[in-house]
Ligand binder design. Sequence first.
Ligand code: F55
Length: 827
Amino acid sequence: MKKTSTAKAANAANTATEQLKESIIKHLHSTLGTDVNKASHQAWWRATCAAVNEQVYDGLRNTQRTHYEQDTRALHYFSLEYLMGRMFSNNLHNLGIYQNAKQALAELGLDIADLEQQEEDMALGNGGLGRLAACFIESLATLNYPAVGYGIHYENGLFQQSFQDGRQIERPDSWREYGNPWEICRPESVQEIAVYGYVETVFDLQGQMKKVWHPGRIIKGVPWDIPIVGYDGSAVNVLRLWESRASDFFNWDVFNSGGYIDAARENVEAENISKVLYPNDETDAGKELRLIQQYFFCSCSLKDIIRRYKRRHGDDWSHFGKQVVIQLNDTHPAVAIPELMRILVDRAEMAWDDAWAICQQVFAYTNHTLLPEALEKWPLRLFEKVLPRHIEIIYEINRRFLLEQVEMRWPGDDAKKRKLSIIEEGHEQMVRMGHLSVVGSFKVNGVAEIHSKLVKSDLFPEMVALWPDKFTNVTNGVTPRRWLKACNPRLATLLDAKVGDDWPTDLKKLHKLADFAKDPALQDNFMAIKQQNKADLAREIKKLTRIEVDPAALFDVQIKRLHEYKRQHLNLLHILALYRRILQNPDYDMVPRVFLFGAKAAPGYKLAKEIIYAINKVADKINHDKRVKNRIKVVFMPNYRVSLAEKMIPAADVSEQISTAGKEASGTGNMKLALNGAITVGTLDGANIEIAEEVGADNIAIFGLTVDEVKALYESGYNSYDYYHNNPELKAILDWLETDYFTPGKPGELVAIKRSLLEGGDPYLVLADFESYLAAQQKVDTWYRDKALWAEKAILNTASVGKFTSDRSIEDYVERVWQLKPCRIKN
Ligand code: F55
């Protein structure tokens, strides 16, 4: 019995492989117009994508038909960013045909890995927030929730990074210069949106006052759909990204040559809206084009949602709040709130209260940061110029909020009103997008337990007093399909054998592994896989940087955007301490380590760029210093992005999660690294706290001040000079940066870091945590010397982080916020 079913499965696989092979060749001929004997890897890759798309589109049609027939409540995820990375291997894995495709290609004389490298990363995001959106839409499809992701179809994603003499150089990322096989243009669903102009007050025949917005410019939004394939035969949802174009009817309607030139210029301006992703994370650029980007995609998306709703319900708005829920990914899409009010009040002629009730049923807001410089505010004058009707609506929202909520609760308290007003008073009036988001949403969440607590206590305490039930937590998660199954196939195969192959959709199953954590056979297998992954990465490092590293060394990895609060410079100080100890004691005993960095700095963030430069210069010196005897290697990997993360994470021994406590909202790289068996060196910040709870204190190296201690230290008056003067090693290292030791002939080139830590007051308490960080690293060094002990800890990390699947995050959102029902897709 068993035998025949295995034989049947083998037959099915053979047929699937054969069919794929045929389809690939068919597309090579009829889609690519080339031949097997002369096709490039790029052509083969495209032909394979086309073959895969046959299956993707089947799923897409079935999903869309089922959702239409069932008229389901759906989630609409609004995000300025989606950091998708490559789609090829994930689509294959999620369709369950990766092995077939690999086999089919092998039979055609091709290595699937070569084809995977043909794809440009789809880097339409900066960092964690954008990657979270990508993980979430994949989980939503996997869990069969009706959902659409809405965003911008940027022509240029996050810049490409290279180094010139150690300094970051940015180049544009034209990721779809030669087309993108995963996207479908939908000209039938274009939208037109308005900006600028003025508002006129008119009275209709009944004497009713009405506001009429006379726009200054019309822009066309063209939707591109990217199918999002759920794992294992579930739904195929869509990510709908809007591209801006000049409107045909408005701008070219001209009568003389001067007008013609003006119109041409306006067209260029219209097309600029979706030209480029702003490369800032955690800072608000405050640029006019950025506000237009936000409004452009929110307006297009809302109109798209309403068009679909009306197809079913006509002008009956009474079901809208039951059918539609919109999640705002940070405040970036918050302008959707006044835009929906405008559509309901001005266009659908609804009474204000009814319209507001709908808004408050529809919007929910996720906060991703507490950093003051990241909290979005728009100069009121700018807002008024770009969106003259929306600013009026915001005034009215604010007027009613201050009168009906704030005044009722704190009568006569003007200070409270000033603090809570959506409009910030001062030298220049500002629109506070966080306040608008809280007032306009029915739920507000932070992204890890501690962060959600701080959102309540430090950011919006009065809002909590007004609406205690509005605030909740949803701890972030990552998709184990991309971040384990696809990126770490060796470990995935071991897990299939040890815990069964359903862990990708039931990550708590990994816990079975804990029973074998002390088993020498499992330990050998687990660490042999790590070793092979490290050897692969060592080859990649050599290819990208010419630096040779020993796969037997401990791989210590810090990969994330470059930011002072993430403290890559604390990591650098540790490296310098070790180097100095080696120079002072040639026999200094340490486990050989390769320090790996991956990080992009926002192009305008001076100190972040200086930190990159310093790490590169220190790397150069150490890597060429014979006295080091390979105990330390330092590598800054250029152009860190999703596809590079997929190579680095499976090879990491140590995961650096060293932000100042209270500053990292959650972190998600911390989850990916632990899942792949890396041991965290981390502060009690963001989701590190929850990771520590899951893996247990013995399997993580926690150090540094806690959130409460950080607060107390700031309050008591932190003086970084105290640490500098009291720790001779720290002093020597910082002074070293001022010499020309790392930049021969050019003393002072690395002084920016020292300055920020001393004269600059060390805002992120690097010096305060230095000693305890070094102690944690010493502990890691000791652990690593005991192979069995390390293997056990690594295994327990993989076994214990099942909580951090994005499927769990989505289920939390469904229960606490979205109230959705899964919808089985009919074939
Ligand atoms: C992008 C643009 C602006 Cl204007 C501001 C911030 C960003 C951005 O990329 N933020 C970001 O990535 N935040 C991160 O979100 C993650 C997901 O919730 C968190 O894990 C992480 O702690 C947080 O910093």
